[in-house]
Design a protein around this ligand. Structure first.
Ligand code: SDX
Length: 425
């Protein structure tokens, strides 16, 4: 129990213990007892919920999905196995895996009319703009899976969202380059299907490179969930109002798009191209340190990781494997990134602030090498993170403590103003 002394009064605040990580001060009755709010812009010290899905220890570079270390999952699982784990709390046995994979395969097509939505976008629309619109529009087609209080409908909406995201994402790409959309194939794995829908041509057979498929499987596992990050918190908040699951996931896509969040992988590539050569690295390191310059070293820093992002270490290994397979291990952007990382990690500014490469630092280089266009990097992040968003949405909906999220504020605006007519102002 914690004691809070305000003036001549002492208040007792319960301390709730977690399985691991920081305990929490239960302030649910604070306002009722003291008339005070807490104040925490950016929620650096605030737990918005309790959860059993993902755990991060930023000091020890730990990331676990349902208690399994991310390194073991990335090395040994398929993306859909990890999706099952995040949704249900345990890795599937053989029968459960077959049933889950079958559900996903059989929901991978989208309503044929949904394809017409793409015609309304300019060909040069950012694919994330298309994702926000088309995913939100799914609620106009699947009325039999929007009742969030019906377990069966929640399950069906979960399958639909996870199954259709690769299809919707790939169509955003093929539409942008004027290529016919490619239907999913039931004989391909989830990741192979995505690559087939992205890159296969109606005029010739397509076979994805096994090394690239394995690499993309790992990359999607690394991006599947990450506790209460900005986009997941957005999905939870949208879901707390009772909004349908498709609208909630669309809100998550919107939040992920920001360059400080999921949009960083696209920004890393732009930054590396802007730096151009190793001799210009000092100039950009100086800009990143200059408080008067809005430039930040994209792919560096993290709200939680104050040590190396464990995903970045795996991503760097994947980077080597893919670029070696493609015979471009001496890719100038990779060499530039390695040099930039080394210089930054030796610089007191970054060391003092515990700014390390995050998941986005190397992902862009790998995805670019795989032929995925820069504007599709965050789209791929959204496809993978849909599993985490759906898992958190389901956990929030079935939490008996759940109520609509409604933060308060510290008001600093005008008081006791009175109306004056237009001609007297
Ligand atoms: C993702 O939350 C998640 O889990 C996100 C994510 C997920 O899987 O969902 O991990 C995915 O979003 C990874 C992060 C991708 N974003 C970037 O790479 C963009 C660059 N990074 C920064 O914008 C920043 O580091 C954030 C947004 C990631 C974290 O911001 P914080 O926690 O609010 O940290 P801060 O802005 O308060 O920075 C602390 C200090 C500041 O300097 P001082 O005021 O103390 O002098 O560090 C500086 C910042 O100026 N700083 C940087 C920097 N990041 C922080 N300086 C230069 N370059 C940077 N990248």
């Amino acid at each position: 129990m914690a004691q809070l002394i305000i003036g001549d009064k002492t208040y007792e605040l319960p301390i709730l213990e977690g399985k691991c990580g920081p305990n929490v001060l239960d302030i649910r009755k604070l306002y009722e007892q003291t008339g005070l709010f807490t104040y925490d812009p950016g929620f650096t010290s605030t737990a918005s919920c309790d959860s059993k899905i993902t755990f991060i220890d930023g000091e020890l570079s730990v990331l676990m999905y349902r208690g399994y270390p991310i390194q073991e999952l990335a090395e040994n699982c398929s993306f859909l196995e990890v999706a099952y784990l995040l949704l249900n709390g345990e890795l599937p046995n053989l029968d459960q895996k077959k049933e889950f994979d079958t559900h996903i395969v059989h929901h991978s097509l989208v309503h044929e009319q949904l394809i017409h939505f793409y015609q309304g976008f300019r060909r040069d629309a950012h694919p994330m703009a298309i994702m926000v619109g088309v995913v939100g529009a799914l609620s106009a087609f699947y009325h039999d899976s929007v009742d969030i209080y019906d377990h069966k409908q929640r399950e069906l909406a979960s399958y639909r969202l996870i199954a259709k995201m690769p299809n919707i994402a790939a169509m955003a790409y093929t539409y942008s380059i004027g290529r016919p959309m490619v239907y999913p194939r039931n004989d391909l794995s989830y990741v192979e299907n995505f690559l087939s829908m992205m890159f296969s041509l109606p005029s010739e057979p397509y076979k994805a490179n096994k090394v690239l498929v394995d690499a993309l499987e790992k990359i999607m596992i690394l991006h599947a969930d990450h506790e209460q990050n900005a986009s997941t918190s957005t999905v939870r908040l949208a879901g707390s109002s009772g909004a349908n699951p498709f609208a909630c996931i669309s809100s998550g896509i919107t939040a992920l798009w920001g360059p400080a969040h999921g949009g960083a992988n696209e920004e890393v590539l732009k930054m590396l191209h802007m730096i151009g050569s190793k001799d210009r690295i000092p100039e950009f390191i100086a800009r990143a340190k200059d408080k008067n310059d809005s430039f930040r070293l994209m792919g560096f820093g993290h709200r939680v990781y104050k040590n190396y992002d464990p995903r970045a270490a795996i991503m760097r290994q994947i980077c080597y494997e893919v670029l070696t397979e493609l015979g471009i291990e001496d890719d100038p952007l990779l060499q530039l990134a390695i040099e930039l990382e080394q210089i930054a990690l030796d610089d007191p500014y970054f060391v003092e602030r515990k700014l390390y490469p995050n998941v986005d630092f190397y992902s862009g280089i790998v995805l670019r090498a795989m032929g995925i266009p820069v504007t599709m990097f965050t789209v791929l992040f959204a496809v993978a993170r849909t599993v985490g968003w759906v898992a958190h949405w389901r956990e929030m909906i079935s939490d008996p403590k759940q109520r609509i999220g409604r933060p308060r504020q510290l008001y600093l605006g005008n008081t006791s103003k009175h109306f004056t007519s237009l001609y007297d102002r």
